[in-house]
Design a binder for this molecule. Structure first.
Ligand SMILES: Cc1ncc(COP(=O)(O)O)c(C=O)c1O
Length: 337
């Protein structure tokens, strides 16, 4: 099967499985799993932060970050398309008692900073206290411009807000701009970065911040049930991913570009964002297209717009097989139409 549903579907490679097999382990709740500690030290240095903490998922890492920045009844400003707002089952409200103040994402994925500024509440007992601004990079594959990131960081500092980055796919942004993640994350108080998306680990996310923040996040992680024991087995996969699978993200971007080009040649409207291609079709077409593609060995989610995601288990030949499936579908619907 050619699986274009998400970059989360990758299987650990032989090298990654060997690293997992050979991992030295201990009890990470006691802080003595050497592989987890090695991963955390490696990530802290790579991202340019004092400390890092290993989480089972990005959802838990984002929530622990929000809970560490905001107390009960305090507020985070975040985008209408933000993963933490839309796709994490409302955890910030359910478990964190944090109020989300939503600002619409613009077509390029940014939040208007004037709108962010006017959403910050004055110090008045009528209002929740605004504590945090949270951004996402990449957001549905879109890379936030560097100047924008610097301006957002400046605004947060000026308004005495903390600033968090959901950098689930920050390495895609770094590769797309030929930059180091350290430079892309400069000025943020915390960053959450997934190891289980384009980097190909089976699970795991790292949260970065200063020592004090990571101490708070460790407590939040425990509350959320994320204190794992011999977690070195999965941390080994994450460490392997950081050491071996970053530079190759370029291939995913090239494959996404190949897919976008092929779809445009079929007369379709697409948007290309790093490792994601958004295909503009109707909801009804998405359902019949997904069903026909599945019969042809290509997996996609039946949603409109249809998001097609490249990753390390999809090579050029797989892209061409997928394109043949799209061509067969649209040729047939043109005949029928
Ligand atoms: C931008 C973003 N943030 C956070 C997450 C959550 O990661 P997880 O699925 O590991 O909980 C995802 C998952 O798709 C994501 O796309």
């Amino acid at each position: 099967m050619v699986d274009l549903r998400s970059d989360t579907v990758t299987r650990p490679s032989a090298g990654m499985r060997k690293a997992m097999h050979d991992a030295e382990v201990g009890d990470d709740v006691f802080g003595d799993d050497p592989t987890v500690n090695r991963l955390q030290e490696h990530a802290a240095a790579l991202f340019g932060f004092e400390a890092a903490l290993f989480f089972p998922t990005g959802t838990q890492s984002n929530l622990a970050a929000l809970m560490s920045h905001c107390q009960r009844g305090e507020e985070v400003i975040l985008g209408s398309e933000a993963h933490s707002y839309r796709y994490e089952a409302g955890g910030l409200a359910v478990l964190g008692s944090i109020q989300p103040q939503v600002v619409p994402n613009r077509p390029d994925g940014t939040l208007g900073l004037a709108e962010v500024e006017s959403a910050i509440k004055p110090d008045d007992p009528h209002f929740p206290r605004t504590r945090l601004l949270a951004l996402e990079n990449t957001i549905t594959g879109r890379v936030l411009p560097r100047k924008y990131l610097a301006d957002a960081v400046d605004l947060a500092k000026r308004k005495k807000l903390a600033i968090h980055l959901d950098g689930a796919r920050i390495f895609n942004a770094a590769i797309a701009q030929d930059m180091k993640v350290k430079d892309l994350c400069a000025g943020f108080d915390s960053v959450s970065s997934c190891l289980s998306k384009g980097l190909g680990a089976p699970a795991g996310t790292v949260l970065l911040g200063n020592q004090k923040f990571i101490g708070e996040a460790r407590r939040a992680r425990k509350i959320l049930g994320g204190g794992m024991r011999q977690a070195g087995v999965i941390a080994a996969a994450g460490l392997y991913a950081l050491q071996n699978n970053v530079a190759r993200l370029r291939e995913d971007h090239d494959n996404a570009a190949r897919l976008a080009k092929g779809l445009r040649e079929l007369g379709l409207e697409v948007q290309l964002n790093t490792n994601m291609v958004l295909l503009k079709i109707s909801a009804a077409t998405a359902v019949s297209l997904a069903a026909q593609l599945q019969r042809a060995g290509v997996l996609v989610l039946p949603r409109a717009p249809m998001r097609l995601v490249t990753h390390l288990d999809v090579d050029t030949a797989a892209i061409d097989r997928a394109l043949a499936g799209f061509q067969a579908f649209f040729a047939r619907s043109a005949q029928l139409g």
